[in-house]
Design a protein around this ligand. Structure first.
Ligand SMILES: C[S@@+](CC[C@H](N)C(=O)[O-])C[C@H]1O[C@@H](n2cnc3c(N)ncnc32)[C@H](O)[C@@H]1O
Length: 292
């Protein structure tokens, strides 16, 4: 069987991770979350400290508000960068509540006897099999070598699970985010589709979208609609931050403010957001140019 990675039970359920040294637990969690292949074939990959300058810019504007704020972080993946924002908010002395969502958050660990445990997404699709303590992701892999090694065990496990899943011994709900965010209180993480964002009940002082509203992922029409939907969830005077991290690690983004006329640019990082035009539309004025 191919190389074994950390199991969902170990990282998401096992109380042992709570007793581990924090760095060791972070490393284990990172190995697990970054190698998890989702049902649509994408990875839950994000990188620590990729948004530090974005956190600083956002917090500068939030602190100036001088009051408790409600925040939304969009498409948070494993939530590592959300957790870093939380720490930066605390360090800046900002009183906040934070909502965070991603398309894939809710999952369950389905146990069939002592030896087979299967991590499934909210649609019941297996993501990872654990057999007698060894794990295998539910994917054939990218290269021919990997496909050759994995095809037989993955096919057999898929078939076995399809036959037996109806008679599972237990199903334990888990969330596919860093343990730091699995703490109800001022942080709420939920599974949600960006396309439904207009239906969210809350209004926010700031909404952050990092590495999702990109021309590489979506066409202009979708981007325009998504940005308008997000802006509709802002309080008057609230901020929308749209940022993309380039391959060299540099961030390029724009902080918009909701005004009566629509969105207005108040600050930029790097070259600004590549979707500024989609955010501003034809009718809205740009207030300020240059980098923040
Ligand atoms: C590259 S990650 C961004 C993670 C984090 N914001 C960062 O910058 O480090 C993109 C995330 O977008 C999520 N995503 C893709 N389409 C989505 C949608 N329609 N609604 C919500 N999340 C979505 C994916 O599941 C993935 O976790």
């Amino acid at each position: 069987m191919p190389i074994s990675k950390p199991s969902a039970r170990k990282v998401l359920m096992d109380a042992a991770i709570a007793d581990m040294d924090s760095d060791a637990a972070d490393a284990l969690e990172k190995r697990f979350l970054n190698q998890l292949v989702l049902a649509n074939g994408t990875l839950k990959t994000t990188f620590a400290r990729r948004l530090t300058d974005v956190d600083a810019l956002c917090n500068e504007y939030l602190r100036a508000l001088g009051e408790p704020v409600r925040l939304l972080d969009v498409a948070v993946s494993s939530g590592i960068t959300t957790w870093e924002w939380v720490q930066a908010l605390d360090a800046a002395g900002i009183d906040f509540e934070l909502d965070a969502f991603d398309l894939c958050v809710d999952a369950s660990i389905v146990s069939l006897g002592e030896r087979l445990h299967v991590l499934c997404d909210s649609g019941g699709r297996p993501l990872q099999f654990e057999v007698s303590g060894r794990t295998i992701e539910n994917t054939f892999g990218e290269t021919w070598g990997r496909r050759l090694r994995r095809a037989l065990p993955v096919t057999a496990l898929r078939a076995w699970f399809a036959l037996r899943s109806g008679s599972a011994d237990s199903r334990t709900p888990v969330q596919l985010v860093t343990r730091h965010l699995r703490d109800p209180g001022r942080i709420r993480v939920f599974e949600y589709d960006l396309q439904n964002v207009r239906e969210l009940e809350s209004r926010y002082a700031m909404i952050r979208t990092a590495n999702i509203l990109n021309l590489a992922y979506f066409d202009r029409r979708f981007l325009e609609k998504s940005i308008a939907d997000l802006a509709s969830r802002l309080l008057g005077g609230g901020y929308l931050c749209i940022v993309r991290t380039h391959h060299d690690g540099s961030n390029h983004g724009t902080l918009f403010q909701r005004t009566e006329a629509g969105l207005e640019v108040v600050a930029r990082i790097g070259d600004g957001s590549e979707v500024e035009a989609e955010a501003l539309g034809d009718t809205v004025t740009t207030g300020l140019s240059g980098s923040a």
